[in-house]
Design a protein around this ligand. Structure first.
Ligand SMILES: Nc1ncnc2c1ncn2[C@@H]1O[C@H](COP(=O)(O)OP(=O)(O)OP(=O)(O)O)[C@@H](O)[C@H]1O
Ligand SMILES: [Mg+2]
Length: 251
């Protein structure tokens, strides 16, 4: 089972869009068994899959705060499964402030639950909160979505720093890849920033970039992935190609 965290503390860089569509690509095209874990109190991944985030029986908050077995919190879908999220996740940092092994709770819950999936994809919130730290401790590799804009690398040093520090508890932790999102190659700024990312990340930068596409932005409002919403769109093709690159990285 490969566990991937989709993380970048910068907001609105297409973490959720990438988590949802990569998860669906793996499930629908790759025929993999996939669990998506929503780790953001905004619950956008949950909504994107067509679930009502206000009607959830459980979230990861129940696992971390009350020891509910992770397996009991899974919602079963036709193509992939999800652990949903909502505002219940908002207080986790405060509630766990004095718990010594707080960063390890998600990892341990995953280990204890003997999950039977090929991939677990975690959608992180735009912060380096304790929940994101839990994801980074539980993951094998981080995928970082980045928008090629002026402030793209701002804050990345903090994320890389956090990753570096957490290797003491999770020696396997590494950046699996960086994916350029909402890409518009006609802009010289985008080209410049893209070249900067190539310099900074080298072969960690996926060759696939996700083009700006209105279809990708529309799909969640129908509770659908891009593959169900418009499978011949350029966004669907791009996420399919990204999946191929991710699968090619398998050990
Ligand atoms: N390739 C794309 N083309 C056009 N719009 C996109 C694309 N990818 C994402 N979007 C839109 O950009 C917005 C931000 O995307 P998304 O919610 O995936 O980012 P995020 O990093 O998860 O945000 P947050 O930090 O708030 O969790 C959304 O409205 C989404 O529909
Ligand atoms: Mg998000």
């Amino acid at each position: 089972m490969e566990i991937i965290a989709i993380a970048n503390q910068k907001g609105g860089v297409a973490k959720t869009t990438t988590a949802v569509n990569l998860a669906y690509a793996l499930a629908l095209i790759g025929k993999k068994r996939v669990l998506l874990i929503d780790l953001d109190a905004q619950g956008n991944a949950t909504t994107s899959l067509g679930f009502d985030k206000n009607e959830l029986s459980y979230t990861v908050a129940d696992v971390l705060l009350d020891g509910v077995p992770l397996a009991d919190t899974i919602l079963y879908g036709n193509d992939l499964d999800i652990i949903g999220a909502n505002r219940d996740l908002a207080g986790i940092d405060v509630s766990l402030a004095d718990v010594a092994d707080a960063p390890l709770l998600l990892k341990n819950a995953i280990l204890d639950s003997h999950l039977d999936y090929d991939f677990v994809i975690m959608d992180c919130a735009p912060s380096l909160s304790l929940l994101t730290v839990n994801a980074l401790v539980a993951t094998d590799g981080v995928i970082i979505p980045m928008q090629c804009e002026y402030f793209a690398l701002e804050g990345i040093a903090d994320l890389m720093d956090t990753i570096e520090k957490l290797t003491t508890i999770n020696p396997k932790l590494h950046v699996r890849g960086v994916v350029r999102t909402m890409f518009d190659g006609r802009s010289t700024l985008v080209q410049d920033v893209s070249a900067e990312l190539e310099n900074y990340f080298g072969d960690k930068l996926y060759k696939t970039y996700i083009p700006r596409s209105i279809r990708l932005a529309e799909a969640p409002s129908f509770g659908k992935s891009i593959f169900e919403y418009e499978k011949s769109s350029k966004g669907a093709i791009a996420y399919h190609e990204l999946m191929n690159e991710v699968l090619a990285q398998r050990a």
